[in-house]
Design a protein around this ligand. Structure first.
Ligand code: SME
Length: 154
């Protein structure tokens, strides 16, 4: 059951990042752990740089380097500061297709202590409607665990 796998994943993420303070290293290992554990198609981070998102550590096929604020699912999550679940990427206006294999997607913002978006965790699936509120709940927990490390390594 998905929630059970996520419970274990969250515990593993916490253990993996405990005591670490380098943002790139932590994002690299967290993207690997989430990707390998859950079997996603693409799992990675985009980091806020100026008024856009810059590609950060990820697992999966090559991806777009920069996503402007308000563009695509990631840029929309940046603008809104909240998680976006897209059951069918072709039905999302302005979706940025880094890979034609992606069919559904979830993007979770990583927030600073005062609510600013520092980065987003973007996960893509090759199947339609992969992500629901269970994914949202646990991925937001993971994002909240990683966010302070990004905030403090700046
Ligand atoms: N589909 C995303 C772009 C990033 S890639 O999927 C890795 C978007 O619309 O923001």
């Amino acid at each position: 059951m998905k929630a059970k796998r996520y419970e274990e994943l969250v515990a593993q993420v916490r253990a993996l990042i405990e005591g670490e303070d380098d943002a790139v290293s932590v994002m690299a290992n967290v993207s690997s752990l989430v990707h390998e554990t859950m079997g996603f198609w693409w799992t990675g981070f985009y980091v806020v740089k100026g008024d856009a998102l810059q590609l950060g550590p990820f697992q999966g096929p090559v991806a777009c380097y920069r996503i402007p604020r308000g563009k695509g699912v990631c840029g929309t999550a940046l603008e809104r500061g909240e998680t976006i679940i897209v059951p069918d990427v072709e039905a999302f206006p302005g979706h940025i297709a880094c890979s034609s294999m992606s069919r559904s997607e979830i993007v979770v913002p990583l927030l600073s202590h005062d609510g600013k978006v520092l980065a987003v965790l973007d996960i893509d699936s090759k199947e339609l409607a992969t992500f629901d509120t269970i994914d949202q709940q646990y991925l937001e927990t993971i994002a909240a665990a990683v966010a302070p490390i990004i905030e403090h390594s700046k």
